[in-house]
Design a protein around this ligand. Structure first.
Ligand SMILES: [Zn+2]
Length: 294
């Protein structure tokens, strides 16, 4: 039987956040118990230790606060280790990445209002067919908005639409960052309790085709931030969006740079189990898909 890496994002109640698909703390707790029946849930540095049962690693992206208040609390109670990756942009530069601007604004601003703003400034021809990639969203305008903001518009154009809406929802950005992301104290606490802390990036950018530039802009600042917080170098990496549309190029071009900089491994979003002779890149199955399939 193969090993397994499971991918988690938000672990929280929905509580009005209509723009996200969280896993409830109860369901998270259930999943840990179920996984424990088949797998040894281990930390990353135990992956290459021979054992009788297949192993499983739990991975968390984005370093959001709910992972501390909910997931970490449950893991601690059960005595189970996990791997959390954080972003440095919010803490270091006071910038909320686009992905979380979209989540926040789509949670609290009616789709009609966002769509109206987009239509005022941008050509939306062909939106019905193009937005089919968001078929899982039942609301038509939600599909349209997501397509325009996440795919069609540039970061600058999307920020122009979302920036002012976000500011009216959360006038104090530093408070938002404090409430939405892990603080340095929380990262330290999680590490002290046996959690592995890794790098997710500085601004949550997709791979943009120049490996050294990408390393310098996205990975190195986050590594430096963690080095400052924890007092040592983190050697694990999980790229934002699994690298994005250029994820194959990313693996080819970025891997030698990661290895040269002492990284021990990195995690993809390719939904596969992990073979016994694992490579540098470790595939992951999303928790929702894993438990839906069972
Ligand atoms: Zn992410």
């Amino acid at each position: 039987m193969n090993n397994l890496a499971v991918m988690y994002h938000y672990v929280r109640k929905q509580e009005g956040w209509r723009g996200i698909f969280p896993l409830s703390p109860q369901d998270f707790s259930y999943q840990i118990d179920e996984l424990s029946k088949t797998y040894d849930i281990i930390s990353l540095d135990q992956m290459d230790t021979p054992r009788s049962k297949p192993w499983c690693v739990l991975t968390f992206d984005d370093g959001t606060k709910d992972q501390y208040t909910n997931a970490f609390e449950i893991l601690k109670r059960k005595g189970v280790p996990a791997y959390f990756t954080v972003m440095s942009g919010p803490a270091v530069s006071g910038v909320v990445p686009m992905v979380h601007l979209v989540h926040s604004v789509l949670s609290f601003v009616p789709d009609e209002e966002i769509w109206e703003q987009i239509c005022l400034k941008h050509d939306t021809t062909g939106i019905e067919e193009a937005s089919i990639i968001y078929a899982y969203e039942p609301k038509r305008l939600r599909r349209y908005n997501k397509y325009m903001l996440n795919v069609k518009l540039t970061t600058e154009e999307a920020t122009e639409i979302l920036g002012s809406l976000f500011e009216s929802l959360f006038p104090n950005k530093h408070q938002f960052i404090h409430d939405f992301y892990l603080t340095e104290q929380e990262i330290k606490h999680m590490y002290r309790e046996g959690m592995t802390i890794g790098i997710h990036g500085h601004d949550h950018l997709s791979y943009f085709g120049d490996a050294q530039q990408f390393y310098d802009r996205e990975i190195q600042p986050c590594r430096e931030y963690l080095n400052k917080v924890l007092g040592f170098r983190s050697d694990w990496y999980t790229p934002a969006f699994g690298g994005g549309v250029q994820h194959k190029e990313m693996k080819e071009q970025l891997t030698p740079i990661l290895i040269a900089n002492g990284f021990k491994g990195a995690f993809s979003t390719v939904p596969k189990e992990v073979p016994h002779d694992r490579g540098f890149w470790i595939d992951r199955i999303d928790c929702a898909k894993l438990f839906h399939a069972r």
